[in-house]
Design a protein around this ligand. Structure first.
Ligand code: PGA
Length: 257
């Protein structure tokens, strides 16, 4: 092992393996609740996708039952499609309204997603970075992982120091949305995403993954070489990462065997 890889291993993420998707949702909600208890005006980075749906349902319940409040929280979503109208049911904005924002007491003026319909997308990327910085940076980023190792919409090959940018989505990423859009040809070709550098500057990161399909990429991201070929492997270099997995997603990890 080189000295560099020893250092990387030393900051290896802590990994929690739970019996079911429901338990993953509860454990992740617990972490969010603790974060909001520490700082009610926390800045959160939020994912979309299948994985966080249970977490969002649990956060919605806790908010409804008065166990936690998002009133002072600011949120920045990880990514969005380019040129999907925001009110389309297929936009990530609609997803967030449907699964979280319409069920919690967040101030919608403090909610931000990248605007994939901005007239000048490069300016939008710069504005997004400026707004995150003006909010004081991200306290807690919750992220998922794509089958190709993407983190947000940062596809394999994206530089680790990248900032918010427009991305050409990989076939693998588009395939994941094919059913929803009624065919891969209808899935947008472009997305807008926080960069790996942007996500990597979050003070704390929680990675969630569910199901056997994710087992191989989770193992490569957490135990393989740190490489731009697997964007989520950047997490090995972060000092404060918690990984919460169900058994299916964990079963290729060496730490499990
Ligand atoms: P998923 O997406 O939660 O729908 O599996 C994760 C991702 O692509 O980051």
């Amino acid at each position: 092992m080189t000295e560099r890889s020893v250092m990387e291993r030393r900051s290896a993420p802590s990994v929690q393996v739970l019996a079911s998707a429901e338990e993953v949702a509860l454990a992740a909600a617990e972490q969010v609740q603790r974060q909001l208890k520490r700082r009610s005006d926390s800045v959160l980075a939020l994912p979309t996708g299948q994985t966080p749906i249970g977490l969002y349902a649990e956060l919605s319940r806790r908010c409804r039952d008065g166990e936690l409040s998002f009133a002072d929280v600011r949120t920045f979503n990880l990514d969005e499609f380019v040129h999907i109208p925001p009110d389309s049911p297929l936009s990530f904005e609609s997803y967030m309204m449907q699964h979280l924002f319409s069920h919690i007491d967040v101030d919608l003026a403090k909610v931000r997603l990248p605007n994939g319909n901005a007239p000048n997308l490069d300016a939008e990327c710069r504005d997004y970075e400026r707004e995150i910085a003006a909010a004081g940076g991200i306290d807690l980023a919750i992220v998922g992982i794509g089958l190709n190792g993407h983190l947000a919409f940062n596809e394999p090959g994206t530089p680790f120091e990248s900032r918010t940018h427009v991305v050409r989505l990989s076939p693998s990423s588009r395939e994941a949305f094919a059913a929803e859009f009624g065919g891969i040809d209808r899935v947008p070709e472009l997305g807008i995403t926080m960069g790996l550098g942007t996500v990597g500057e979050a003070r704390r990161i929680i990675l969630l993954a569910l199901g056997q399909d994710k087992a191989e990429i989770v193992a490569r991201a957490l135990e393989g070489p740190v490489t731009v070929d697997v964007p989520a492997s950047i997490l090995q270099q972060h000092p404060n990462v918690q990984v919460i997995l169900d058994r299916g997603a964990a079963h290729r990890l060496h730490v499990m065997s």
